[in-house]
Design a protein around this ligand. Structure first.
Ligand code: IVH
Length: 702
């Protein structure tokens, strides 16, 4: 069924479309000139996409690319008929999708058996030869991409379905998000395109893209992601595909599920065909005639993997002939024609030059290893975690030792052990200082013994950490007060305590490096606005041990204001729901300490609200008394704690598990089993905007 131009199966023939368009008052109909222009732009954008993402060889600047895209979007907005399903504008999903539908895989997506050494790879070869007696066997060796498995179904060359692996039998329909993976063609090009093909592969993220996104998140005070794989998995499950589109996901195809058309004879021919159709295929794929060749290549991968811009966790060895694969079959878990050789976590040996101590916001001193720079898993490592004091003593790690550092998927490398055999006698055991390295105040050891803590009330390191958490969104939410500004304010002596923040003026902050008039004004405005956040968020933001935002908020609401709180005995505080003796003791001691008293009286002088109700007044007078909510997944731009607070502020309750009694499940990105359960039980599911609407909060406010 044709239409104006190209495939738009959901539409009727051209004549009808015109009439309908007129009926609905479409002001303009595209003429030949626009049609040609749109087709040209679509083709060019796809070509540049491929050059950029598949061939890593762009011809034009990002800016020119964006211009072409804008021009096409414009044209398609004017003449919606020009917007074909495979237009590059369709990669960025318009509207958020409602949860995910499940799709059954036509051919199950199995797993792969693992091997860890040469012997195990040889045993695989023996098994293969037993199943294919006397036959010539060729193997293909490929990198094992540490990403997220996906399946993309093309019908008559058009991408019609994207799915996650799920449990292997059924996965989630992620078509909209998969279309945002730039390397993936929306329409296959070239010749020999099958009627139907299910391309299987790995969606992944380059380390550089991942690091940049994480760095930006850290700067904004948001949580950072552990590794590119988790981030990719989360991104593919985002309900709003616009956000997914911003995550720079990529694809390598490595296999095929269902196939309807002239089938290739071997795996490497299949991959070649994929490549000719515009599907990204990894460049490091080699065919070997013997297991010896395979093993030699595996040995080379130890070095090669460190030079790649993406994470790999092994190599995959596959029988090349598709007919032989067919003959070998599968176990319930994995095909017999494939084995993964898993790399050991990457390790490197280097010298431990020094042990520094980092001071956390509650004064915890965390030892950090300063190392002679060493290459590890594609990056140069200069620092590594040493866990805590006990780790250093039980492992007898000395300054000057050669130490083994390991990085296994995570971003932070760890010291695993030292190599005492390499000592020359100049090494010195590490003695935990009795004074804080930053402020000189005495250090105490906690009851469990693992952690040391600075007791200083004016420790600059502690203060910086505190100010940063004080300013965070779920605490006082001070616009314009990022990590860099905090550093400057403390280093220049402008802020010596939290209350000092509220004494700052435009004139004082403007001369700071990289500040300027505009930022100074918005910082002061941000600080001013934060004064009305109320007692709960203030207490939660002060960095009192064991007093996080949720409990502070709850307590503030029950108590009412700071004077009432100050009048309570420790036991009375302990009796509030969720408090208990440990929290009560910590809070009580702080409130009545010299530091606490001084902080409170200064904040009061500076007109910082210490009334529970200040910001807790529900907008629009929404009453959610008796309503239970379960939050699942991540709500973009809205912290879990914020969302829970908003519910509590309106009298509702946020709980952890879904039952028949649950009134609403609020599902964000990467929502999982709780969302499924809600569907099963028929509990009402809200997305972020519906949730905000229910709470009477205008979306722009979050
Ligand atoms: S072939 C029967 N090739 O690793 C499965 N898989 O740990 C055949 N993977 O689920 C898969 N890189 O998602 C194959 N070059 C590659 C791969 C690869 C990564 C993933 C795949 C699979 C998982 C198993």
């Amino acid at each position: 069924m044709g239409s104006f131009f190209g495939i738009r199966p959901q539409q009727s023939e051209p004549g009808k479309t015109r009439v309908m368009a007129d009926l609905f008052g479409n002001p303009e109909l595209p003429d030949e000139k626009f049609l040609k222009k749109a087709r040209h732009l679509q083709a060019e954008i796809e070509r540049h996409n491929e050059l950029y993402y598949t061939k890593a060889n762009p011809e034009i600047s990002d800016r020119d690319f964006d211009r072409m895209m804008a021009e096409l979007t414009d044209l398609e907005n004017r003449f919606p008929d020009l917007r074909t399903p495979d237009s590059p504008t369709q990669r960025v999903g318009g509207r958020p999708v409602e949860g995910f539908n499940q799709v059954a895989h036509r051919v199950p997506m199995l797993s792969i058996d693992n091997s860890y050494d040469e012997q195990m790879v040889r045993e695989f070869d023996t098994r293969v030869r037993k199943l294919l007696p006397g036959q010539k066997i060729r193997y293909v060796v490929e990198p094992k991409i540490d990403g997220v498995a996906m399946s993309a179904t093309y019908e008559n060359g058009l991408l019609v379905l994207g799915a996650t692996r799920g449990d292997g039998e059924k996965g989630d329909d992620i078509t909209t998000n998969l279309k945002t993976v730039r390397g993936i063609p929306l329409r296959l090009k070239g010749t020999g395109i099958p009627t139907m093909v299910e391309v299987r592969g790995e969606v992944y993220m380059e380390r550089g893209d991942f690091d940049a996104i994480n760095a930006a998140r850290a700067e904004k005070g948001e949580e950072v992601y552990a590794n590119p794989r988790n981030f990719t998995a989360g991104s593919l499950k985002l309900l709003d595909s616009k956000i997914c589109a911003s995550r720079k996901l990529r694809l390598f195809a490595h296999g095929v599920g269902a196939f309807d058309g002239p089938a290739p004879k071997t795996h490497h021919e299949l991959l070649k065909a994929f490549s000719s159709w515009g599907i990204p295929v990894n460049e490091h794929i080699h065919v070997h005639d013997s297991i010896e060749g395979v093993l030699e290549e595996i040995a080379r991968w130890d070095k090669l993997r460190t030079e790649l811009s993406y994470e790999t966790d092994g190599v995959v060895v596959k029988v090349d002939s598709l007919a032989q694969r067919e003959a070998m079959g599968s176990t319930t878990k994995a095909p017999r024609w494939v084995i993964a050789y898993k790399f050991a976590a990457e390790q490197a040996t280097t010298r431990l030059v020094a042990i520094d101590l980092q001071v956390g916001k509650t004064g915890t001193l965390t030892p950090v290893a300063r190392l002679e720079p060493v290459r590890l898993a594609g990056t140069t490592v200069c620092n590594a975690s040493l866990h805590n004091a006990d780790f250093i003593s039980t492992k007898d790690i000395r300054i000057g030792d050669m130490v083994v550092v390991e990085k296994a998927g995570e971003i932070i490398p760890y010291v695993i052990r030292s190599e005492p055999g390499k000592r020359d006698g100049s090494e010195t055991p590490f003695v935990f200082p009795t004074e804080c390295p930053v402020c000189g105040a005495p250090v105490t050891r906690d009851a469990a013994g693992a952690f040391y803590r600075c007791t200083g009330t004016e420790c600059a390191a502690k203060l910086k950490r505190r100010l940063r958490s004080f300013a965070m969104r779920n605490a006082m939410d001070i616009e314009g007060l990022g990590a860099e500004t905090v550093e400057l304010l403390v280093d220049q002596g402008l802020v010596k305590s939290i209350p000092d923040l509220f004494t700052l003026t435009k004139e004082v902050v403007e001369p700071l490096p990289r500040m300027g008039k505009k930022s100074a004004a918005s910082l002061i405005e941000g600080i001013e606005q934060s004064k009305s956040r109320g007692l709960g968020r203030l207490l939660g933001g002060l960095g009192i041990r064991h007093i996080g935002e949720t409990i502070a908020d709850d307590l503030a609401r029950r108590v009412g204001n700071i004077d009432k709180l100050l009048a309570l005995a420790e036991e009375e505080i302990a009796n509030f729901p969720g408090m208990g003796p440990e929290r009560a003791q910590s809070l009580f001691e702080w409130l009545h300490s010299a530091e606490g008293k001084k902080t409170i009286s200064r904040l009061a002088e500076l007109h910082v609200s210490m009334e529970a109700a200040a910001s807790a007044q529900p907008a629009g007078g929404v009453d959610l008394t008796g309503k239970t909510f379960v939050l699942t997944g991540t709500l973009e731009g809205l912290d879990r704690e914020d969302a829970e607070r908003m519910i509590r502020e309106r009298g509702g309750k946020a709980t952890g598990s879904v039952s028949k009694k649950t009134n609403y499940v609020v599902a964000g990105e990467a929502a999982g089993s709780k969302l499924e359960k809600a569907r099963e039980l028929g509990v009402q599911v809200l997305d972020k905007s519906e949730f905000l609407q229910l709470l009477g909060i205008p979306e722009g406010k979050v």
